[in-house]
Write a protein that binds this ligand. Structure first.
Ligand code: IMP
Ligand code: MG
Length: 176
């Protein structure tokens, strides 16, 4: 059963919708309309689903694929060891890639994914994250497109989980 939790809203559903629309516009203005969007699972499935529809409204015509990564650790702290659980099907060579994740924290997940795609001959790899926790970085990597900067709190909702719970929340909140 889902643990009882007191959740403080940080970003409401309305704020998120507004920001995702503007983010999609920023993306197409910057990298154009033709790219391969790779959504990192599981955390970014909600963000990606909204983002691709906003991208459509901004004129983008991306290919879309999914990369399932896992970093083992406790429920609220990642271990730093990243592994591919399920690879993408699409060819990366000579393509512009938009790599989408839920949150950039230590940076290990996105650094790992970016390296793989560069090794496979991507033309460019741009990073788009829904949330950025700049205070928690362990490796040097920054996102090209950011939804919101996030305080150093453990957050859930909009795809982000605690022990695979809370992903369904339409807003983002911190666990108190
Ligand atoms: P990294 O530390 O940048 O490699 O992020 C690793 C992964 O940890 C992210 O893709 C998220 O799935 C997860 N994560 C990091 N911070 C949070 C959080 O506050 N809530 C839920 N998941 C998180
Ligand atoms: Mg994740």
């Amino acid at each position: 059963m889902r643990p009882k939790a007191d959740i403080e809203t940080l970003f409401s559903a309305e704020q998120i919708q507004d920001r995702v629309d503007r983010l999609a516009y920023e993306i197409t203005q910057s990298i154009g309309t033709d790219f391969l969007l790779i959504s990192i699972l599981k955390g970014s499935f909600v963000f990606s689903a909204d983002l691709i529809r906003s991208l459509h409204r901004s004129g983008a015509t991306p290919q879309i694929d999914f990369l399932t990564l896992s970093s083992y650790g406790s429920a609220t702290e990642s271990s730093g060891h990243v592994e591919i659980k399920k690879d993408i099907d699409e060819i990366v060579k000579n393509k512009s890639i938009l790599l989408v994740d839920d949150i950039l924290e230590s940076g290990r997940t996105l650094a790992f994914a970016k390296n793989i795609l560069s090794d496979r001959g991507a033309l460019s790899v741009n990073l788009c994250v829904f949330l950025n926790k700049p205070g928690k970085r362990k490796v040097q990597i920054e996102a090209n497109f950011i939804g919101f900067d996030c305080p150093d709190k453990f957050v859930v909702g909009y795809g982000l989980d605690y022990a695979h719970y809370f992903r369904e929340l339409p807003f983002v909140g911190s666990l108190r």
